[in-house]
Design a protein around this ligand. Structure first.
Ligand SMILES: Nc1ncnc2c1ncn2[C@@H]1O[C@H](COP(=O)(O)OP(=O)(O)OP(=O)(O)O)[C@@H](O)[C@H]1O
Length: 329
């Protein structure tokens, strides 16, 4: 449904988004995760047609944003990071205005406004001026305008930004509800947000796409971490042959530490037993042999550790950057 190809954007000579490509299928909830300044908002603005890319394309159901921005913008819902809501307007007037911008009128407009008010539980605040609302209610007004017209694609930039824990819980429940009918892409720098809401995560790192992974497969690791006195473990285990399911054995930071990647169909317990037997038979001692813990937090940390390393002196920056991305992927 959403196809993003080699998207790049500069601010003056600073490349804020650098060759980002991904596809999102109908009905998915995808989280765009990254530190402050990673490029998430810039990507969201380009997805919603409010900022033109310097290169690359955004296509929704086969229609290009560059060719038909007005038509596509009417079909999508967008909650910008700082919603430019008009403080002096009442909630009702603002939603009426937002519905007109989406091309709604007559009975459809009334029905849609009613639906959005119900979904966001704004009925009590209809006649309140927007500047008098709490942060959470303002955010609800933003979501209400985004879902007017039943968009097929919802783009939510930091939807729980500034909300207290109760409001955050309510907003997440609302997003889940909305996602029954629409494809959702949301940006956040909060990992729990992605874990609570999303099917898939895209990690943005310095404007580049570092990770694109389904949360289900993220939780299923096929790697083993090994620590042994046998510093030649790579050679010893390398003799086992492919039938044991070992694909790669990569040395880690310290001598005797290795990361072993297994074939995806290999049973991790049987492979661990074979590895232990083989190393002990070769005279090595085992200090650690455990499945790698793979969760969003460790993956995100890995991306950042690599970023930190790539900032150290004495290595060409580009070389380190691509290494960071490879390791993180
Ligand atoms: N209008 C602008 N002019 C110049 N630089 C900009 C502009 N907007 C964003 N940037 C820079 O581009 C980079 C990416 O910004 P962006 O807002 O897309 O990041 P982000 O991941 O959304 O960050 P945050 O989580 O803090 O909102 C940052 O370094 C930012 O300072």
């Amino acid at each position: 449904m959403l196809e993003v190809t080699h998207l790049s954007r500069y601010y003056d000579d600073f490349k804020a988004v650098d060759g980002v490509s991904f596809n999102i299928g109908k009905g998915e909830i995808v989280g765009l995760l990254g530190h402050n300044g990673a490029g998430k908002t810039t990507i969201m603005k380009m997805l919603s047609g409010y900022l033109e890319p310097d290169s690359g394309s955004v296509t929704i159901d086969g229609t290009s944003m560059a060719d038909k921005p007005k038509i596509l913008q009417r079909q999508l819902g967008y909650l910008p990071e700082n919603l430019p809501v008009y403080g002096e307007m009442t909630v009702a007037d603002y939603l009426d205005y937002a519905a007109s911008l989406k091309g709604l009128d007559g009975r459809d407009k009334v029905d849609e406004i009613r639906r959005a008010i119900k979904a966001t539980e704004l009925a009590d605040k209809l006649h309140a001026r927007i500047h008098t609302l709490s942060r959470g209610y303002k955010q609800r007004v933003g979501v209400a305008q985004a879902i007017l017209g039943r968009p097929r694609l919802l783009i939510l930039d930091e939807p729980t930004n500034g909300l207290d824990p109760t409001q955050t819980r309510q907003m997440r429940a609302l997003i889940k509800e909305i996602a029954r009918e629409a494809t959702v892409i949301l940006s956040t720098h909060i990992m729990q947000e992605v874990e609570a809401l999303c099917d898939r995560v895209l990690i943005i790192h310095r404007g580049q796409l570092a990770v694109d992974e389904k949360l289900d497969s993220l939780r299923q690791s096929n790697c083993i971490l090994l620590e042994t006195s046998a510093t030649d473990a790579r050679e010893v285990l390398g003799r086992l042959g492919t039938e044991e399911g070992i694909e790669t054995i990569e040395p880690q930071n310290k001598p005797g530490q290795f990361r072993i990647t297994l074939h995806k169909d290999t049973n991790i317990r049987s492979a661990s037993a074979v590895i232990a037997r083989t190393l002990i038979a070769a005279g090595g001692e085992l200090y650690r042999l455990q499945p790698e813990q793979r969760d969003l937090e460790s993956l995100f940390r890995q991306v950042n550790d690599n970023q930190h390393r790539s900032n150290q002196p004495n290595q060409p920056n580009n070389e380190k950057k691509s290494e960071a991305l490879e390791n993180a992927a």
